[in-house]
Design a protein around this ligand. Structure first.
Ligand code: G3P
Length: 214
């Protein structure tokens, strides 16, 4: 499974890139609003640091405006992926952009039918929002399971980005289901590597090492 970092924060991106496990980054307007730097400059720097796709979201809502906005974003760096919210206008734009070779990540996916249409329109990625479904007592991972099945049935090449990840278990379940990618916030990324028994084990080894005759 590929690991994307769900952030627009350069410090976090540099840190996780240094761990050697970073495959890409996803941003969105809410994440960008937390950074006190001009959007385009920040995106350009992120793209230079990340050895893979970087999603940047269109805010235009009509086909005629989404397409030029997407083209402009795509010119910022070769690894920019255009994030477009799923909907009729977004689908039309995805079809047009995909035929020009622009990679699209259809976002805010909350149903299997939305994912199916995104794949048919030519989206390179779909982003089901798992945590937000769990937040309203729905089954986020059940949605991922269905999308995996549908994409397998019809051999769609569209990759599934499990998004709105809240905790390490979401990441493990995404991997068990065979999702292509999990996009993970920095705080969850850190938790993935920790285990209290590992800490206790290291402590014990180090204190016993002091007793070894050298
Ligand atoms: O990339 C977008 C998605 O991961 C948002 O997550 O935590 O705002 O539901 P969240």
């Amino acid at each position: 499974m590929k690991f994307f970092l769900d952030t627009a924060n350069l410090k976090e991106i540099r840190e996780v890139a240094s761990w050697g496990v970073l495959d890409g980054v996803t941003t969105n307007p809410s994440l960008c609003s937390k950074e006190n730097v001009p959007f385009v400059d920040n995106l350009r720097e992120i793209c230079a640091v990340v050895p893979g796709p970087v999603s940047a979201e269109c805010v235009a809502m009509r086909f005629e405006e989404i397409v030029p906005e997407a083209r402009e974003l795509a010119r910022i760096a070769p690894n920019v992926v255009i994030k477009i919210p799923v909907g009729l206008e977004g689908l039309k734009a995805t079809k047009a952009l995909a035929s020009e070779g622009v990679a699209v990540n259809m976002t805010l996916v909350f149903s299997t039918s939305q994912a199916l249409l995104a794949a048919k329109a030519g989206a390179k990625y779909v982003s089901p929002f798992i945590g937000r479904l769990d937040d309203i007592s729905e089954d986020g991972m059940g949605l991922v399971e269905e999308i995996v099945q549908v994409f397998e049935n019809y051999r769609f090449g569209t990759e599934i980005i499990v998004a709105s990840v809240r905790h390490p278990r979401h990441v493990v379940e995404a991997a068990l289901l065979g999702a292509d990618i999990a996009t993970v916030p920095y705080a969850v990324m850190e938790k993935l590597v920790r285990h209290p028994l590992t800490d206790v084990g290291i402590e014990r080894f180090l204190s016993d090492w002091k007793k070894v005759s050298k």
